[in-house]
Design a protein around this ligand. Structure first.
Ligand SMILES: Nc1nc2c(ncn2[C@@H]2O[C@H](COP(=O)(O)OP(=O)(O)OP(=O)(O)O)[C@@H](O)[C@H]2O)c(=O)[nH]1
Ligand SMILES: [Mg+2]
Ligand SMILES: [Zn+2]
Length: 302
């Protein structure tokens, strides 16, 4: 399924043609309570309605993985952003709009939980001051050290795009991040004939205006697909038990069997290898703060 407006679903069939489809009646959703029964990236089975140009989706194939989010305001509601992903690309800007470390960490934890490899793409390089570049290097160091590849690009000036271009071949890649970070601009820059709508940042709030309203999967000339998606304002982590949270921080995962207690929560236990690593600056403080924040379920904004 390549695009949906809620009631309509666009499905790309194996013969390369897009069909407009609907879903009918009761639809089995594999036990996930989400606001969208079918997400972009889902593989579905459909049949054409007799004498009409409309298809009916009647089966959803099992998902290899998916990225799910919980809105903090509507805390009971979850939404599947996209499914069957080979790669997630989190687009980050330090200003216009700012992206917080906490937001990055929440995204990474969600992606780790579903084993989706993630890269960080720092966009709007053309806007950076010298001071900004120094902060960018700090951010990059935090994430490169724990195994996440980071790229610095300018979608507007098409700087360093060849580095990400080669990663995309034959993969399904989700592009995510706050509104206004330049997801659609980046995809337009990566694909010659793509004309996704883009929108300026609001002058007074320094935030994006939610220009992209529905996720959309676009085929790549080199093979594979890229998914543009609406900006995420806040990201609540879904379906992760407190006890397993540290498994989704790669730098903590590496230390877990060194804690004195095997049910250590890394909060205040004696002989905790994670807390010791934080004190020795082997684990970044901001990462540990994100751990605590998610652990206590304090969904900070941004
Ligand atoms: N200076 C500069 N501006 C950029 C760059 N990339 C995108 N922009 C601008 O940032 C604004 C937002 O870009 P979009 O591509 O619409 O952002 P988006 O992430 O798709 O936003 P939503 O669809 O709202 O989630 C537009 O005015 C773009 O021209 C960049 O590399 N440098
Ligand atoms: Mg957009
Ligand atoms: Zn511990």
């Amino acid at each position: 399924m390549t695009k949906s407006t809620g009631s309509w679903y666009q499905v790309l069939s194996e013969d390369g043609i897009n069909y407009e489809c609907r879903i009918k009646g009761k639809f089995r959703t594999q036990g996930i309570k989400s606001t969208n029964p079918i997400a972009v990236g889902d593989r579905v089975v459909f049949e054409m309605e007799p004498n009409q140009e409309v298809g009916i989706i009647y089966e959803l194939e099992p998902r290899k993985n998916y990225i799910i989010r919980r809105s903090v305001n509507l805390s009971k509601q979850t939404q599947i952003l996209a499914s069957n992903l080979d790669l997630a690309m989190l687009v980050v800007t330090l200003a216009s709009p700012p992206t917080s470390l906490g937001f990055i960490d929440r995204f990474l934890v969600t992606a780790e939980a579903y084993r989706i490899p993630t890269i960080l793409v720092f966009n709007k390089l053309d806007l950076f001051s010298e001071e900004g570049i120094a902060i960018l290097q700090e951010y990059k160091a935090i994430y490169e050290q724990i195994g996440y590849a980071c790229y610095e690009v300018s979608a507007i000036e098409k700087t360093n795009l060849d580095q990400i271009q080669t990663l995309l071949k034959d993969k399904i890649t989700l592009v995510s991040g706050h509104s206004g970070v330049g997801k659609s601009t980046l995809i337009n820059a990566l694909i010659p004939n793509s004309i996704l709508k883009t929108g300026a940042i609001s002058d007074w709030s320094d935030k994006g205006k939610h220009t992209t309203t529905f996720a959309e999967m676009i085929s790549l000339p080199q093979g594979g697909f890229i998914i543009d998606s609406p900006g995420i304002r806040e990201l609540g982590v879904v379906d992760i038990e407190q006890g397993e949270l540290s498994h989704y921080f790669p730098e903590m995962r590496a230390l877990l069997n060194q804690c004195r207690f095997n049910n250590c929560r890394h909060i205040n236990e004696p002989g905790c290898a994670v807390m010791e690593a934080v004190e020795n600056d082997q684990i970044e403080h901001s990462r540990y703060e994100s751990y605590l924040s998610i652990f206590h379920n304090q969904n900070t904004r941004n």
